[in-house]
Design a protein around this ligand. Sequence first.
Ligand SMILES: N[C@@H](CCC(=O)N[C@@H](CS)C(=O)NCC(=O)O)C(=O)O
Length: 225
Amino acid sequence: MGKVGSKNLSTSLLHCTLWKSDPSPACRAVMMGLDAMNISVSEVDINMDQAEHRTPDLIALNPQQTLPILKDRELILCDSHAINTYIASRYCEDEKFLPSDPAGRAIVDQLLHYDGGILYPHYRACAYPILYESCRFVMPQQIKDVEYAYYELETMLKGRPWFSGSHMTLGDIAIMATVSTLNVLVPVDKDKYPVLLSWMYRMSKEPFYTTGNLKGLNEFTKRIG
Ligand SMILES: N[C@@H](CCC(=O)N[C@@H](CS)C(=O)NCC(=O)O)C(=O)O
């Protein structure tokens, strides 16, 4: 199917529904992605503290019992990275957030896999004992793992303004959703990771950060206590 142009005009996809919870970093990655691409969908807020993501209706949509979930007519997607790349390739004419050339696309995919396969599990390992098991602090081994991830990110960013190279893409957005949340749990040290912090600062100045990340990140910070 062809793309629906978005260009500078905002595109409203009312036939698409996003089930999300603002404190969730994976949901915030999608909310930032949508705002960056100037695309809106129908949104349903789910209270995960009240296990609303585990109702029979949502389990039928996503047996993994996680958020976000996107439904576009018959298509159901349950992963923030897949949702953002689907929306970009299906509905966003502007290729700046997801290049269509194979090399540019592979760089973005690589970052999305890094986020989903490396960073996000660190987030879970740090946050879930606090969120769900009455643990009051991040375990020393998790701190060590996150520090190593910060070191990797610092190294990946050397000599480039964005993780993707000269342009910010959905890869940067996914990593920002996770790193801004990890930063609440294991603060990014300005002396050890100056390049990473300066990238975070630049990301935080993007309009989509304010509209898509800030509120949920503040809610997460309060929830962590
Ligand atoms: N790989 C998935 C991860 C989704 C995920 O784990 N979401 C968390 C919230 S950030 C969740 O729903 N966890 C279930 C729970 O907390 O019970 C994605 O990127 O969307």
